[in-house]
Design a protein around this ligand. Structure first.
Ligand SMILES: Cc1cc2nc3c(=O)[nH]c(=O)nc-3n(C[C@H](O)[C@H](O)[C@H](O)COP(=O)(O)O)c2cc1C
Length: 166
């Protein structure tokens, strides 16, 4: 069963969670839900709000769904590395139901897409998006290293409106 988390007393190890556990970006638009694995991101405080920021490359199937949707979810399920690898390798473009094909069980919390296997879920309301630009990198070597194909990520900042754990 999901228990709502009091965000003021929310304890995580942000670097370990994002870099090592990874997470799933969940989104639903026009009746189509999709999830992709991510290991870049930020959790923090901005504009007097608790926020989570995603970095999604333009070629992801998730990208137009994110553009069209008012919300996204961040789902953490470190014990499911096989499914996370699948969702981070395969594209929703090639599956009628990518989530089901990963072996995970799609469900919703407050109407937002996640999976039964998640241990922690953040519900985020989109506040802002912007495309990273080559000219704005202060470190051009970093830009070349991370984006050799110049497919600069789109940054999506979402307000964490609720969080749940099992
Ligand atoms: C561990 C891991 C972390 C990833 N992190 C990101 C990320 O932060 N941003 C991104 O755009 N792609 C990331 N990817 C790649 C996407 O998950 C992958 O391209 C996926 O197939 C996209 O799915 P989609 O086309 O259904 O959106 C990551 C993949 C893995 C395995």
């Amino acid at each position: 069963m999901w228990n709502k988390i009091d965000l003021e007393n929310f304890e995580i190890k942000p670097f370990d969670l994002i870099a090592n556990d990874w997470y799933l970006i969940g989104v639903k638009s026009r009746g189509r839900s999709n999830m992709m694995t991510a290991s870049w991101g930020q959790i923090g405080h901005l504009w007097k709000k608790h926020v989570f920021t995603l970095y999604v490359r333009p070629q992801r199937f998730t990208r137009p769904l994110l553009d069209e949707s008012d919300y996204f979810t961040v789902s953490v399920l470190p014990k499911q590395k096989e499914a996370l690898n699948f969702l981070g390798r395969e594209s929703g473009r090639d599956y009628s139901d990518k989530i089901k094909s990963s072996g995970l069980s799609e469900t919703t919390i407050d109407g937002h897409v996640t999976v039964e296997e998640a241990e922690l879920v953040l519900i985020c309301k989109k506040l802002y998006r912007q495309q990273l630009e080559e000219d704005l990198f202060e470190d051009s070597e970093l830009a070349e290293e991370r984006y050799p194909n110049k497919d600069y990520s789109i940054q999506y900042i979402g307000e964490v409106v609720a969080a749940y754990h099992k």
